[in-house]
Each structure stands twice: as C-alpha cells, then as structure tokens.
Write a protein that binds this ligand. Structure first.
Ligand code: DGL
Length: 272
C-alpha cells in the first residue's frame, strides 16, 4: 500500500516540511537556495511551540499528525526541520511510512569537531534535544575527539517566534547561555535548533569573529537533493508553488514572513 503510494508520486509533487513553529523556515530557505524548482509545503505548528519543553509522546503525536497532513497534500518527501522533533519522532515517522524519504536533522557535531582548534565545542539546543537518547548517542560518537559542552536555551524559541531577533531581552538571554561556553574555551558553537539561525547576527555580535557558528540547514538541503535525485524525483517544473500553513495565528505568521522568509506569501490556518 505504502509502496504503491510512493510509485504514484510525481517529481513535481511538493516537498513537505514541518517544525514546531517558524524555525524550520531557516531550513526551508536552504532548500529553496539549493533546489529552486521544488514546490514547498510548510507547516508551522505554532499552537504547540515550544516542542523543547514537551514530552516525547506529545512530540511523536504532533509529528505523526502533521506528517499525515503533508502526505495527504501529496508531499513526495518529508523534511523534519526541527532537531527536537527529529530526536523524539524520526523513528516512529520512518516506521509509519517505510518507503518514504524522511529527512531529519541533528546538531552539527561532526563538522564542528572536524574544524575546532581548541578541541572544545558548545551545543546550543532545546532541553528536549539535549536530553534525548539520539543526542546521547551523538555525544558518545564524538567524545573521544572533542570536549562537548551543552547548553539548553529555554525561552529563546519564544523570543524568536515573537519576532524579537535583536531586542535587549533576547540579547540578555543569549549572553546568559553563551557566556559559560566561551568561558569553557569553546571555539565553535553549534546552533542545534532551527530557530537559532535567525539570531545568528546577534550571536555573532556577542561572540565576535573568532568563534565558528555552525548550523545544519544546508546539509539537510543537500541530503534532500541526493535522495530525490536517487529516486529520480527532482522537480522540473518551471514555476514552483509554495503553500504555508500554521496551527497558530495566521496574522502572526503573515507578519513574520517578510523578515524570516524574505517575502509575504499567504498563510492558511490548519486545525490538526
Ligand atoms: N526548532 C526546533 C528545533 O530545531 C524546536 C524548537 C522548540 O519548539 O522548542 O529544535
């Protein structure tokens, strides 16, 4: 049944992407940059943000619901543009749709470890990501190569959702999270949450030019490209069609899009 569904998928079908909120737009931007012909379906689960403070069961339930919606809309592949949802739910998603390309993401420890000079790297992420078994396994893999310092950042996602990318309150919160990592001698900071690339300029201002700031969006886009290409599913339509949904406030997302996406496109409300 699932296999038949896959075979019926057309190369110009959209790519389905979701996040707990607007953070996944940072990944979506990388997908658009690398694969400009792909039509994109995006769901911001803003009624349930932040995922970082939710239980694994809650995140699995939301992830299955949103993915089911995206597949019902005809998505040919699924991108979980959220580290927290990947850590909690990637396995149940792959079990539910075994023949679908489901691309998840995790904090970029591998590239950070490869380029760190001090041998000390810091990971900024949600509480949910940092306490997950998946992240523990990632740490285990690299703990012989580098010393890894982790920093949960409660409250930061909410500030970014509110459009406060450089307010005094966001700056103060961020300094509180980053300073211990700098004090520990980290020369590389990993943005382990898809919301954080939106405050990269503020972070750069705080940490200066000598600290590497690393995120995963571009790598996710490359992985998507390679999987679609292997299945001969890369789009060839001249004009992609995008469709954005939110489970939260349509107005709030509409207002955020010019800053976070670069243009104002219509947003539909989604009740799942
Ligand atoms: N953007 C998400 C991530 O990459 C989740 C943030 C949240 O909802 O707590 O982890």
């Amino acid at each position: 049944m699932q296999r038949l569904r896959r075979l019926a998928v057309h190369c110009n079908a959209p790519v389905g992407v979701f996040d707990s909120g607007l953070g996944g737009l940072s990944v979506l931007a990388e997908i658009r940059r690398l694969l400009p012909q792909e039509s994109l379906l995006y769901v911001a689960d803003s009624a349930y943000v932040p995922y970082g403070e939710k239980t694994q069961e809650q995140i699995i339930e939301r992830s299955l619901l949103l993915s089911g919606f995206l597949l019902d809309q005809g998505a040919k592949a699924l991108v979980v543009a959220c580290n927290t949802a990947t850590a909690a739910a990637i396995q149940p998603l792959r079990e539910r749709w075994p023949s679908l390309n489901v691309i998840g993401m995790e904090p970029a420890v591998k590239p950070a470890a490869a380029q760190s000079r001090s041998g000390k790297i810091g990971v900024l992420a949600t509480t949910g990501t940092l306490r997950s078994a998946k992240f523990a396994a990632l740490l285990e893999r690299y703990c012989d190569q580098v010393k890894i310092f982790t920093q949960p950042c409660p409250g930061l996602v909410e500030r970014i959702e509110a459009g406060e990318l450089s307010s005094a309150a966001t700056r103060e919160l961020l300094i509180g999270y980053v300073q211990p990592l700098l004090n520990a001698g980290c020369d590389s900071l990993i943005l382990g949450c898809t919301h954080y690339p939106f405050i990269r300029p503020l972070l750069r201002e705080i940490v200066g030019q000598d600290i590497a700031i690393i995120d995963t969006g571009a790598a996710v886009a490359r992985r998507l490209q390679s999987l679609l290409s292997a299945d001969e599913l890369l789009a060839d339509a001249p004009e992609p069609t995008d469709c954005f949904y939110t489970t939260g406030s349509q107005d709030a997302m509409q207002q955020a899009l010019p800053v976070l996406w670069g243009s104002a496109i219509p947003v539909r409300e989604l009740y799942v």
